[in-house]
Design a binder for this molecule. Sequence first.
Ligand SMILES: [Zn+2]
Length: 262
Amino acid sequence: MVPCKICGGESRITHRGTVLGRHQATYRMCVECSYWFIDQPHWLEEAYSEAIAAIDTGVAQRNLRLSPLLTSVLVGMFGPDGVYVDYGGGYGLLVRLLRDAGLDFYWRDPHCQNLFARGFEWDGDRQGAATAVTAVEVMEHVTDPVAFVDTCLRETGADSFVFTQYLHDGTADPAWWYLAPEAGQHISFYAAPTLRTLAHRLGMAYHPAGTLHLLTKQKFRKGAFARAVKFHRCLYPLRRRRLPPRWMQDHEQLVRRIRCAA
Ligand SMILES: [Zn+2]
């Protein structure tokens, strides 16, 4: 028996497929919480030889779309003075865009080189505890979701975790585009019951809003997060009014750091 890593329940094989064009993958789904996962993906080192897969053509438009959405939602939920860490921040484009929007955002990614947000790597000693962690296109890459979220929270001192995720509906469709076996990086897939169970395991509340999700130890009214997401466009100008852009201030800060180091 291969137990589910989220709830410990029994899992069953849904199908076998070919990953990266040559590795045999066994997909399993938990009968209790519908966590769908690849059992023992042994090719991850090869899959991450290129941190952001070539077939991820959505990388630029995703960050441009998410920047105003996250700005509006995070200020709405946590106020204008929050400190945020983007886990799995990739090339740092989203962190740079969110700092430009006025949010105090930092980058963290053990697998990728920071290109756009250099100088704003997360350092808990310098920044103190974070308000929330964001994880965009990350949760489908992790082998142990409970341990991953727990680590994110412990490393940053945050009590909230905001992430993107396409959900499946509990039916195991081997042709679902999100499985993306060509790149070999997507190994964990969630349904709504999976995320409710994940939250329960971590002692957190789960707030869904389409493909955006919030796990939090804070008390929010039911539906508050979904409303913040639904009305993010009309609330965006109001939220931005409380946030001066940081690009010039960031520039000056980095110049000072270079001068001090010289
Ligand atoms: Zn389960």
